[in-house]
Each structure stands twice: as C-alpha cells, then as structure tokens.
Design a protein around this ligand. Structure first.
Ligand code: C2E
Ligand code: MG
Ligand code: MG
Ligand code: MG
Length: 291
C-alpha cells in the first residue's frame, strides 16, 4: 500500500527491524547526514587462501557510530539505506574509503601489494547509472590498481536485471573482480551464473554454520564448490568459525575462507600493526592465530 503512494513515502512502509515507523523515519533522517558528520567507519575482515593460510584479501564492512544510539549494525541500517536510496551516497563513501585504505596499505606494507579489497555494493548502487564511472574515478584518485578491487554483489541485487548486468560487464572489462555474495540463499542462482560475469562465488554463512552436522548443508556446499571449479570461478566459504569446518571446506575444494576462526572484522590499524610487526604477518598458521 505504501508503495503505491510513490517515492518519498518510505515512512509508511511496514516495519522490518522491530522499530516503530517513526523511529525508522528518524533513523533515515539521521542517516542522511551521517556521512558528512563522519559517523561511518569501515572495518576489514581477512580472507584467507585455504591452501596455505595466507591472507590474500579483506572485506570492508561498514560501521555506524551513532552519537546517541551507539553502534548500529549494518544488518539494521543497510536495508533502510537501500529502501530510502541513501545507500547511494553511503556506498559511494564506503567505496572511496576502502580504495583509499587499500592504496595506503600497499604503499606502507609490501605484504599488501596484491591484497584484494572487497567492497559490498547494493543493487541500487549498481543500477544508479553512474556506478562504473564512480569506480573509475575512485581508482584514479586513490591510485589503487584495478586488480586490487573486488566488488561484492548479492544474487538478489542483480537477478534478472539488465542494467546491473551491463554495469558488471563493464567492471569486468576494466579488470575489477566480481564476487557473488551470500551465494545459495536466493531463489535461483544457476542461470544467473551464465549471464552474470562474476569471478568469485561466496558460499553463504548459513551453509557453513551446520556443515558438520547437517548432511544436506554439506551437500550444497559440495555442489557449489564443484560448480565454481567447473565454471572456473574462485570459491570463498563465509562464516568459518571452527577448525573442523575449515578442514572440511578445504577438503571440499574451497579456495578461500573467511570467518571468526581467522579474524573478526577489525579496524584498519590492526592489520597495519600486524604487517608492521612481522614480515610474515599475513599468514594464519594452524591452529589459526587469531587477530
Ligand atoms: P556480508 O557482505 O555477507 O558480510 C559478511 C558478514 O558476516 C559480516 O557482517 C561479517 O561480520 C559476518 N561474519 C563474518 N565471519 C563470520 C563468522 O564467522 N560468524 C558470524 N556469525 N558472522 C560472520 P556485518 O559486518 O554485520 O555485515 C552484514 C551485512 O551488511 C554484510 O553481509 C553486507 O551485506 C552488508 N554491508 C556491510 N557493509 C556494507 C557496505 O559498505 N555496503 C553495502 N551495500 N552493504 C554492506
Ligand atoms: Mg560481502
Ligand atoms: Mg556474504
Ligand atoms: Mg552474508
């Protein structure tokens, strides 16, 4: 019903976050000035090559430090940002910040030379019509090589949408890596793999969570890994929390892993400190020295 009233009527949408509608409207208003007021930061979570436990990438994850409400989880405000359109300026900030950080790391630490910087991008951003140009501009401004950038999109964000597919094709031509995030959770995924020029599949955390105890989850994880290999895509397993899960995913042929077992998302200085302290600091030797 709210939808029929058209744009700008976001306050009438039903509540998805357990908040009252007025709270939602307040939050959106507050979110609209949060970039300018410097309330967002990025944390970075290591992505580890399972073959040798080398940290080959990081994923940038946004954090909102609200002046009165405290820390708000992206799971709570990203959906509202998407709904209101604010994801476009917020996402633009996140892309710029992550590329600036990646370039600074490369300058300061030889271990970061080939580090892949993963940036989450919402469907709405991808479809904005200016996204590819923004990426070009940010890479030029920050001097981050295109090979160091990896864009993460979800299946639902790109499903059956020509504009996003076109944007992704242009990004691929430029040499940007493209990861399909939360893979396996959307309604359909297989046809998408043929039309959508991704380089990487990220198996959703929900499959990893019960991979040891639920045979059906393990079966899906196996199929995704085999499919990635058959299509010549890289595979990442998200949400690895135990060594047992890690070992199994390794056996299933996953190339990369990400999860609390290796590290939680951390502020950028933590990674810099680690690289500065030890030459081999991007290595996660078993039993997985934690950050
Ligand atoms: P995502 O892109 O799938 O990111 C992975 C999420 O899983 C992160 O949650 C991360 O902290 C969490 N995670 C990683 N390893 C583990 C683990 O071992 N166990 C558990 N329980 N969780 C783990 P986070 O940081 O709360 O972000 C949630 C989602 O918010 C992200 O999911 C992404 O969809 C979205 N998001 C975050 N930053 C941005 C951004 O800059 N732009 C956009 N559009 N979306 C973002
Ligand atoms: Mg992601
Ligand atoms: Mg994910
Ligand atoms: Mg996820």
């Amino acid at each position: 019903e709210a939808k029929q009233r058209g744009k700008g009527m976001w306050a009438l949408y039903t509540d998805e976050m357990g908040m009252r509608i007025n709270d939602e409207a307040d939050l959106i208003r507050e979110m609209s000035t949060a970039v300018d007021e410097g309330q967002f930061t990025l944390e970075y979570q290591p992505i580890v090559r399972l073959e040798d436990m080398e940290m080959t990438g990081v994923e940038a994850l946004i954090r909102w430090h609200h002046p009165t409400r405290g820390r708000i989880s992206p799971a709570d405000f990203i959906p509202l940002a998407e709904k209101s359109g604010l994801i476009v300026p917020i996402g633009r900030w996140a892309l710029g910040e992550a590329c600036r950080q990646g370039a600074a790391w490369r300058q300061a630490h030889p271990q970061a030379e080939h580090l892949a910087i993963g940036v989450n991008v919402a469907g709405r951003q991808l479809r904005s019509g200016t996204f590819v140009d923004e990426v070009l501009k940010v890479l030029a401004e920050t001097q981050l090589p295109v090979a160091n950038l990896s864009i993460e999109v979800t299946e639902t964000a790109v499903l059956g949408d020509q504009e996003s597919t076109d944007a992704m094709l242009r990004l691929r031509e430029m040499g940007v890596r493209l990861a399909l995030d939360d893979f396996g959770t959307a309604a359909s995924s297989l046809g998408l793999l043929l039309t959508c020029p991704v380089t990487t599949l990220k198996l959703d955390r929900s499959f990893v969570e019960s991979i040891i105890t639920v045979g059906r989850q393990a079966a899906v994880a196996t199929a995704v890994s085999q499919m990635a290999n058959a299509l010549d895509l890289a595979s990442v397993a998200e949400g690895i929390e135990t060594e047992e899960q890690c070992r199994l995913l390794q056996e299933l042929g996953y190339h990369y892993g990400q999860g609390y077992l290796f590290s939680r998302p951390v502020p950028p200085e933590v990674l810099a400190g680690r690289w500065a302290a030890v030459a081999e600091a991007s290595h996660f030797p078993p039993p997985f020295e934690r950050l």
